[in-house]
Structures are given as structure tokens and as C-alpha cells.
Design a protein around this ligand. Sequence first.
Ligand code: FES
Length: 142
Amino acid sequence: MERRKFIKTGCSFCLLGAAGMLLPMLESCGTVQKTAVFKTEAKNNKIDVPLSLFETGKIHFVRAKGQMYDIAVQQHEDKTYSAILMRCTHMDNQLTASGNGYRCSLHGSEFDSEGNVKKGPAEQALKKYTVTVEKENLVITL
Ligand code: FES
């Protein structure tokens, strides 16, 4: 019993240590994007996102309560914004951010940052939403 507990505890520390060492390596190669999902609610088919959110980064992921997929909201160089649904157009899998675009883990489709297909099997571009700036908010129309 003592030996089992010792091995179990030792393995836990080894895994934590390995994860701690690997994470900075992954971040430095640009494959991991540390962006928390901004959780909010949709009202009248619109989602408000505070513009102040973009003081901490050019791209954020938004999830409205009751929605199945995140929306990638991006601030461009000219201070315009775009909102792209993170739903793969092949078979509706949630996408993840990958390098300069989005990737589907189910069958490997890849999309650029504008939602255009870079690699199939998906054939259609990602869904884009209309985005407007109203006072201190970005308003995404679903
Ligand atoms: S569901 Fe995304 S590639 Fe098939």
C-alpha cells in the first residue's frame, strides 16, 4: 500500500513538472494561444462584446449562453472587426485556433484567419457574422 501511494504521488509530480516545462516550449512555437473564452448572453439575436477586451489582444473567443460554438472575434490592423463561427463546415465540429487560422480535430480541415478553406475535406468557408461598433461595445448580429 505504501509503495503504491509513493508511486502514485511520484508520477503526479512528474506529470506536473513535464507539463510545466512543455507549456512554455509550445507557446514559443506559436501553436498555443492563451485566450480565455468571453462568456456572455445573446439578446434579440445580438451579442455585445466590450471593446476594452481588445486592449489585451487582437483576437478573442466569445461564447453566448445556450450557443454550441465559440465565435472568434478579431480586431484588424485598420481597427475593423470580424466575427467567425468556430463550427467546421464539414460536419459541424468545434474548431480550435491553430497558427494563423483554425483547425478541425475531427478530419483535419484547416481555415485561414478569414475563415476560408485552406485544407479539406471542408469545402465551404466558415460562417461570418455582421459586426458593428456601438458606443463602447462591439455588437455581433447572429
Ligand atoms: S468535421 Fe471538420 S473536417 Fe470533418
